[in-house]
Design a protein around this ligand. Structure first.
Ligand code: CIR
Length: 253
């Protein structure tokens, strides 16, 4: 099967998305839509079939589609997102998933955001964040175990999601912003660290033959290149305002 990525269009309500910053930033909706289109084109450029789910005006965070499901081997685990305002984002995405792959579900009190789940070969790291609880990790462990995957919980602090600060470059190598995850929880992996003052570059996305890196982080892109990868800058500033980035904007199968 050709690789597929599910994306979700940007609603008019996007400026009402959840943001940590106070006061909330001012959003530029046309710019967000233009960035989203370039992002989808960058995926397509890597030979990926991009399926777009229509926006849902009642869910401003719906473009961050990565949070609503986790692909574990031959199964997609549809999540209960940690933020109550995001829980009803899952339905339309689960419908598209069901056309492509077997799906499994989770139920409250379990909560889990896909942004907390980092798959590295047969090991699945999961952040114990504000969004992902012990019951969610238990369900992830159950479904991951059925696929021969080992689930490793990771402590984390001062970050929304695990993948806000750690991402996969290849199955042995991570891109990491230091100071958020105890290194003992990630032993055995090779590290590339983001450059000083470029913490947000950690949300990069290895896809096809390249690593999509948020635009504006040249020093980190150089470090990625020095480690033998091919960084490609993609502008996602409007999504960074809402604490999201390159991985959050697609669900990859
Ligand atoms: C949220 O707070 O849920 C959204 N504004 C951002 C979600 C980003 N998703 C991700 O990191 N996987």
């Amino acid at each position: 099967m050709m690789s597929v990525a599910i994306v979700r269009e940007v609603p008019d309500s996007f400026s009402l998305s959840l943001v940590a910053a106070d006061p909330a930033p001012v959003f530029d909706l046309p710019a967000a839509r233009a960035q989203h289109a370039v992002y989808a084109a960058a995926l397509a450029e890597q030979g990926i079939e991009v399926r777009a789910v229509p926006a849902d005006e009642s869910h401003p965070d719906c473009p961050f589609v990565e949070d609503v499901a986790v692909v574990l081997g031959e199964v997609a685990l549809v999540t209960v997102p940690g933020a109550p305002s995001r829980r009803r984002e899952v339905g339309p995405v689960a419908e598209v998933l069901a056309e492509l792959i077997e799906t499994a579900s989770m139920m409250l009190p379990a909560t889990l955001d896909g942004g907390d789940v980092l798959v590295m070969g047969t090991t699945v790291y999961v952040g114990r964040s504000q969004r992902t609880n012990a019951e969610g990790i238990r369900r992830l462990t159950e479904v991951g175990g059925s696929q021969g995957l080992r689930v490793v919980p990771v402590a984390m602090e001062r970050a929304l999601h695990l993948k806000s600060v750690v991402n996969r470059l290849d199955d042995e190598t991570i891109l990491l912003t230091p100071g958020h995850v105890p290194s003992a929880d990630l032993t055995g992996l090779r590290y590339v660290e983001t450059a000083p003052d470029e913490a947000a570059a950690a949300n990069s996305l290895a896809v096809g033959d390249v690593v999509l890196v948020p635009a504006g982080f040249a020093a980190t892109a150089q470090r990625i290149a020095n480690a033998g990868f091919d960084p490609v800058p993609v502008e996602v500033g409007e999504f960074a305002k809402a604490d999201g980035g390159l991985t959050c904007l697609s669900l990859r199968l």
